[in-house]
Design a protein around this ligand. Sequence first.
Ligand code: SAH
Ligand code: SF4
Length: 346
Amino acid sequence: MNVENSNFYDQEYEELGAVLHSWGEPSYRLDQIWSGVYQRLKDDPAGLSNVPKSLRIELAKHFTFSNLLSETTINSKDNQTSKSLFRLADDQAIETVLMRYKKRRTLCISTQAGCALGCVFCATGQMGFRRNLTSGEILEQVIFFERILRQAGESLTNVVVMGMGEPLQNYENTMAAIGRLNHPKGLKMGARRFTVSTVGLVPQIIRFAREQKQVNLAVSLHAADDELRSSILPVNKKYPLGDLMDACRQYVDLTHRRISFEWALIHDVNDSLEQAMKLAGLLKGLLCHVNIIPLNPTQGYAGSATTRERAKNFQAVLETKGIPCTIRVRRGIEIQAGCGQLVTDD
Ligand code: SAH
Ligand code: SF4
């Protein structure tokens, strides 16, 4: 087994067990190491005080433990939002955003460097696709911030997979990362505290539904007819609304879980009462919730956010049709940490 210099966080529990076995270690070492890394959040085998020094040296020789190099962190003026840029081993970069709201500590994590899907108003889409993150790179974002919060006596309450990239296009690694954070011998973060957001990849939504994950699902809708949706989300040409809504209905039927729909309100593009009526029609009878958020500005898109009044009117249409709808407060806009604003330049 070649594990030379591999990322520790990419290993499944069982895989690490097999490595330790091949080194002739007693089986209880696995739990000692796993709890040191995933419960006590040690970022260096030197800190694993419960295992012999020779094994700590061996671990350090075979695995890398700090794979996210934190390059910059910027805080919003109210200090409630902070955005970190991490450099990866191959020089790619990603961004992760921590949002504090009352007792909530929500981390928004990335699953890809860039994104291939080209939604016109999204800064990540505007930069194009670089590569998928490994499961270890995805989950280490959570470990990194959990470690920081613990120093202040706090802990993450939620993780939203809504940073850079399309998580369902990196399905295996995203689910493996969540699984490892959820592992009973590790951090034990409940699956229900995770929300995965997708632009609407139909086969993967159906797979996700069949796998009966306890993880929450959000679908980025943004338009209620194919013509408009295809003009802002090119992926709609491949997976049109009819197919997408069928997949969403299958998800709710199979999991009995509520689905969230995201809608970025763009002035004079998708904020009309006609769109709201069409949306209400699409969602009729479906166990769901709509999150509307005024568009965040990005360099490559000329559209602007809707007004407060039009957002309220849009919400009112949905509510009179019995569809729960929340207008989200925009956070971290001045530090480009809002939805769709994550981008790395080089
Ligand atoms: N790729 C996934 C998750 C990452 S994007 C997805 O598309 O769902 C996270 C959310 O930000 C999505 O709902 C996306 O549509 C939204 N978003 C992208 N650009 C935005 C912008 N400029 N303003 C507001 N929301 C935006
Ligand atoms: Fe990719 Fe999501 Fe941005 Fe679309 S909105 S380009 S799917 S990250």
